[in-house]
Design a protein around this ligand. Structure first.
Ligand SMILES: [Zn+2]
Length: 248
Protein backbone atom coordinates (compact mmCIF):
# COMPACT_ATOMS: atom_id res chain seq x y z
CA UNK A 1 0.00 0.00 0.00
CA UNK A 2 1.28 3.46 -0.84
CA UNK A 3 2.40 5.49 2.20
CA UNK A 4 -0.28 8.10 1.48
CA UNK A 5 -3.05 5.53 1.35
CA UNK A 6 -1.68 3.91 4.49
CA UNK A 7 -1.76 7.28 6.27
CA UNK A 8 -5.30 7.91 5.07
CA UNK A 9 -6.44 4.53 6.36
CA UNK A 10 -4.74 5.33 9.65
CA UNK A 11 -6.36 8.78 9.70
CA UNK A 12 -9.76 7.17 9.13
CA UNK A 13 -9.19 4.70 11.97
CA UNK A 14 -8.15 7.54 14.26
CA UNK A 15 -11.18 9.64 13.28
CA UNK A 16 -13.42 6.69 14.02
CA UNK A 17 -11.69 6.10 17.38
CA UNK A 18 -12.01 9.81 18.25
CA UNK A 19 -15.70 9.80 17.36
CA UNK A 20 -16.26 6.64 19.38
CA UNK A 21 -14.45 8.09 22.43
CA UNK A 22 -16.44 11.31 22.18
CA UNK A 23 -19.69 9.37 21.99
CA UNK A 24 -18.79 7.30 25.03
CA UNK A 25 -17.81 10.40 27.02
CA UNK A 26 -21.03 12.15 26.00
CA UNK A 27 -23.16 9.12 26.96
CA UNK A 28 -21.57 8.84 30.42
CA UNK A 29 -23.82 11.27 32.39
CA UNK A 30 -27.00 9.67 31.04
CA UNK A 31 -25.77 6.19 31.93
CA UNK A 32 -24.99 7.31 35.49
CA UNK A 33 -28.41 8.94 35.65
CA UNK A 34 -30.07 5.72 34.45
CA UNK A 35 -28.28 3.72 37.15
CA UNK A 36 -29.37 6.23 39.81
CA UNK A 37 -32.94 6.12 38.51
CA UNK A 38 -33.02 2.33 38.89
CA UNK A 39 -31.84 2.72 42.46
CA UNK A 40 -34.45 5.42 43.15
CA UNK A 41 -37.20 3.12 41.84
CA UNK A 42 -36.05 0.32 44.17
CA UNK A 43 -36.11 2.81 47.09
CA UNK A 44 -39.63 3.84 46.09
CA UNK A 45 -40.73 0.20 46.29
CA UNK A 46 -39.39 -0.02 49.88
CA UNK A 47 -40.93 3.33 50.85
CA UNK A 48 -44.26 2.40 49.27
CA UNK A 49 -44.45 -0.88 51.19
CA UNK A 50 -43.49 0.90 54.45
CA UNK A 51 -46.19 3.49 53.86
CA UNK A 52 -48.79 0.76 53.29
CA UNK A 53 -47.67 -1.00 56.48
CA UNK A 54 -48.05 2.24 58.43
CA UNK A 55 -51.56 2.76 57.04
CA UNK A 56 -52.49 -0.85 57.77
CA UNK A 57 -51.29 -0.51 61.36
CA UNK A 58 -53.20 2.75 61.83
CA UNK A 59 -56.31 1.12 60.46
CA UNK A 60 -55.82 -1.83 62.80
CA UNK A 61 -55.52 0.50 65.83
CA UNK A 62 -58.77 2.21 64.77
CA UNK A 63 -60.55 -1.15 64.54
CA UNK A 64 -59.15 -2.15 67.95
CA UNK A 65 -60.58 1.05 69.45
CA UNK A 66 -63.95 0.18 67.92
CA UNK A 67 -63.71 -3.32 69.37
CA UNK A 68 -63.00 -1.87 72.83
CA UNK A 69 -66.04 0.40 72.47
CA UNK A 70 -68.25 -2.60 71.60
CA UNK A 71 -66.89 -4.54 74.57
CA UNK A 72 -67.63 -1.62 76.92
CA UNK A 73 -71.17 -1.41 75.60
CA UNK A 74 -71.66 -5.15 75.96
CA UNK A 75 -70.56 -5.26 79.57
CA UNK A 76 -72.80 -2.26 80.25
CA UNK A 77 -75.76 -4.07 78.65
CA UNK A 78 -75.04 -7.20 80.65
CA UNK A 79 -75.04 -5.15 83.86
CA UNK A 80 -78.34 -3.57 82.86
CA UNK A 81 -79.80 -6.97 81.96
CA UNK A 82 -79.95 -7.99 85.60
CA UNK A 83 -81.81 -4.79 86.43
CA UNK A 84 -84.64 -5.09 83.84
CA UNK A 85 -88.15 -5.48 85.20
CA UNK A 86 -90.29 -6.66 82.29
CA UNK A 87 -90.02 -9.36 79.72
CA UNK A 88 -90.28 -6.73 76.98
CA UNK A 89 -87.40 -4.75 78.39
CA UNK A 90 -85.42 -7.99 78.61
CA UNK A 91 -86.07 -8.86 74.96
CA UNK A 92 -85.21 -5.35 73.82
CA UNK A 93 -81.95 -5.59 75.74
CA UNK A 94 -81.20 -8.98 74.18
CA UNK A 95 -81.59 -7.43 70.71
CA UNK A 96 -79.16 -4.65 71.70
CA UNK A 97 -76.65 -7.22 72.95
CA UNK A 98 -76.96 -9.31 69.79
CA UNK A 99 -76.41 -6.27 67.57
CA UNK A 100 -73.36 -5.23 69.58
CA UNK A 101 -71.96 -8.76 69.42
CA UNK A 102 -72.39 -8.87 65.67
CA UNK A 103 -70.65 -5.50 65.42
CA UNK A 104 -67.83 -6.72 67.63
CA UNK A 105 -67.44 -9.89 65.56
CA UNK A 106 -67.20 -7.90 62.33
CA UNK A 107 -64.65 -5.50 63.81
CA UNK A 108 -62.56 -8.34 65.25
CA UNK A 109 -62.49 -9.96 61.83
CA UNK A 110 -61.15 -6.73 60.37
CA UNK A 111 -58.46 -6.59 63.07
CA UNK A 112 -57.44 -10.10 62.08
CA UNK A 113 -57.34 -9.14 58.40
CA UNK A 114 -55.11 -6.18 59.22
CA UNK A 115 -52.79 -8.43 61.26
CA UNK A 116 -52.42 -10.77 58.30
CA UNK A 117 -51.91 -7.82 55.99
CA UNK A 118 -49.20 -6.53 58.34
CA UNK A 119 -47.37 -9.85 58.18
CA UNK A 120 -47.52 -9.87 54.39
CA UNK A 121 -46.35 -6.26 54.18
CA UNK A 122 -43.51 -6.89 56.63
CA UNK A 123 -42.32 -9.77 54.44
CA UNK A 124 -42.70 -7.57 51.36
CA UNK A 125 -40.60 -4.81 52.96
CA UNK A 126 -37.90 -7.28 53.90
CA UNK A 127 -37.77 -8.61 50.35
CA UNK A 128 -37.73 -5.10 48.86
CA UNK A 129 -34.96 -4.05 51.26
CA UNK A 130 -32.86 -7.06 50.29
CA UNK A 131 -33.40 -6.25 46.63
CA UNK A 132 -32.37 -2.65 47.32
CA UNK A 133 -29.15 -3.71 49.06
CA UNK A 134 -28.31 -6.00 46.13
CA UNK A 135 -29.10 -3.29 43.60
CA UNK A 136 -27.08 -0.72 45.55
CA UNK A 137 -24.04 -2.99 45.23
CA UNK A 138 -24.76 -3.55 41.57
CA UNK A 139 -25.15 0.17 40.87
CA UNK A 140 -22.00 1.03 42.84
CA UNK A 141 -20.04 -1.47 40.74
CA UNK A 142 -21.68 -0.22 37.56
CA UNK A 143 -20.83 3.42 38.36
CA UNK A 144 -17.27 2.45 39.14
CA UNK A 145 -17.02 0.62 35.79
CA UNK A 146 -18.62 3.60 34.03
CA UNK A 147 -16.11 5.99 35.61
CA UNK A 148 -13.25 3.73 34.52
CA UNK A 149 -14.69 3.46 31.03
CA UNK A 150 -15.01 7.23 30.84
CA UNK A 151 -11.42 7.71 32.00
CA UNK A 152 -10.25 5.17 29.41
CA UNK A 153 -12.24 6.97 26.70
CA UNK A 154 -10.60 10.26 27.68
CA UNK A 155 -7.14 8.71 27.47
CA UNK A 156 -8.00 7.13 24.10
CA UNK A 157 -9.35 10.46 22.86
CA UNK A 158 -6.18 12.32 23.86
CA UNK A 159 -3.93 9.69 22.27
CA UNK A 160 -5.92 9.44 19.06
CA UNK A 161 -6.04 13.23 18.75
CA UNK A 162 -2.25 13.44 19.12
CA UNK A 163 -1.71 10.65 16.61
CA UNK A 164 -4.11 12.27 14.19
CA UNK A 165 -2.04 15.46 14.38
CA UNK A 166 1.08 13.50 13.47
CA UNK A 167 -0.63 11.71 10.56
CA UNK A 168 -2.05 14.97 9.21
CA UNK A 169 1.36 16.62 9.45
CA UNK A 170 2.80 13.82 7.31
CA UNK A 171 0.11 14.09 4.60
CA UNK A 172 -0.07 16.47 1.66
CA UNK A 173 -2.45 19.33 2.54
CA UNK A 174 -4.61 18.62 -0.54
CA UNK A 175 -5.06 15.00 0.58
CA UNK A 176 -6.07 16.20 4.05
CA UNK A 177 -8.54 18.60 2.41
CA UNK A 178 -9.93 15.81 0.20
CA UNK A 179 -10.28 13.52 3.23
CA UNK A 180 -12.03 16.22 5.23
CA UNK A 181 -14.42 17.15 2.42
CA UNK A 182 -15.51 13.57 1.85
CA UNK A 183 -15.70 12.90 5.60
CA UNK A 184 -17.93 15.94 6.08
CA UNK A 185 -20.29 14.77 3.35
CA UNK A 186 -20.27 11.11 4.46
CA UNK A 187 -20.85 11.16 8.22
CA UNK A 188 -17.15 11.05 9.06
CA UNK A 189 -16.28 8.08 6.83
CA UNK A 190 -14.01 9.26 4.01
CA UNK A 191 -12.38 5.89 3.34
CA UNK A 192 -13.70 2.44 2.72
CA UNK A 193 -12.51 -0.81 1.25
CA UNK A 194 -13.52 -2.36 -2.03
CA UNK A 195 -14.93 -5.85 -1.65
CA UNK A 196 -13.25 -8.79 -3.32
CA UNK A 197 -15.94 -8.91 -5.95
CA UNK A 198 -15.47 -5.27 -6.84
CA UNK A 199 -18.11 -3.37 -4.88
CA UNK A 200 -17.70 -0.23 -2.79
CA UNK A 201 -18.19 -1.64 0.73
CA UNK A 202 -19.93 1.57 1.87
CA UNK A 203 -22.42 2.35 -0.92
CA UNK A 204 -22.35 -1.12 -2.57
CA UNK A 205 -22.08 0.22 -6.09
CA UNK A 206 -20.14 -1.96 -8.53
CA UNK A 207 -16.83 -0.36 -9.49
CA UNK A 208 -15.79 -0.21 -13.12
CA UNK A 209 -13.32 -3.04 -13.88
CA UNK A 210 -10.55 -0.57 -14.67
CA UNK A 211 -11.09 1.31 -11.39
CA UNK A 212 -11.26 -1.93 -9.41
CA UNK A 213 -7.96 -3.06 -10.95
CA UNK A 214 -6.38 0.20 -9.83
CA UNK A 215 -7.90 0.01 -6.36
CA UNK A 216 -6.49 -3.49 -5.94
CA UNK A 217 -3.01 -2.15 -6.48
CA UNK A 218 -3.42 0.17 -3.46
CA UNK A 219 -0.90 2.61 -4.93
CA UNK A 220 -3.02 5.63 -5.81
CA UNK A 221 -5.91 7.69 -4.55
CA UNK A 222 -9.09 6.46 -6.23
CA UNK A 223 -12.54 7.58 -5.19
CA UNK A 224 -15.78 5.66 -5.54
CA UNK A 225 -17.58 7.26 -8.51
CA UNK A 226 -20.85 7.08 -6.60
CA UNK A 227 -20.16 8.06 -2.97
CA UNK A 228 -16.76 9.74 -3.47
CA UNK A 229 -15.10 7.79 -0.68
CA UNK A 230 -11.42 6.99 -1.10
CA UNK A 231 -11.06 3.27 -1.80
CA UNK A 232 -8.48 0.76 -0.72
CA UNK A 233 -8.26 -2.97 -0.98
CA UNK A 234 -7.69 -5.65 1.64
CA UNK A 235 -6.21 -8.69 -0.13
CA UNK A 236 -7.60 -12.07 0.91
CA UNK A 237 -5.55 -13.90 3.54
CA UNK A 238 -3.19 -16.58 2.24
CA UNK A 239 -4.99 -19.90 1.89
CA UNK A 240 -4.93 -22.05 5.00
CA UNK A 241 -3.83 -25.67 4.69
CA UNK A 242 -7.02 -27.70 4.88
CA UNK A 243 -7.29 -29.67 8.11
CA UNK A 244 -6.72 -33.37 7.63
CA UNK A 245 -9.94 -35.23 8.14
CA UNK A 246 -10.19 -38.92 8.64
CA UNK A 247 -13.03 -40.82 7.17
CA UNK A 248 -14.75 -42.74 9.85
ZN1 LIG B 1 -19.15 4.15 -2.77
Amino acid sequence: MSPDLERLVRLQNLETAIEDSRRRIAAHPQRVEDADARLARAKDVVDGAKQRLKESQESRREREKEATAYQTRLSKFKDQLSAVKTNREYQAMQVEIETAQKGLGAVEEKVLERMMESDALTAEIKKAEQALVALQKEVDAEKKALAEERAAAEVALTQATEQRGAVIAALEPQLVALFENVARARKGVALCSATRDGLCSACHVRLRPQAFQEVRRNDQIIQCFSCNRILYYIPPPPPVEPAVTHAS
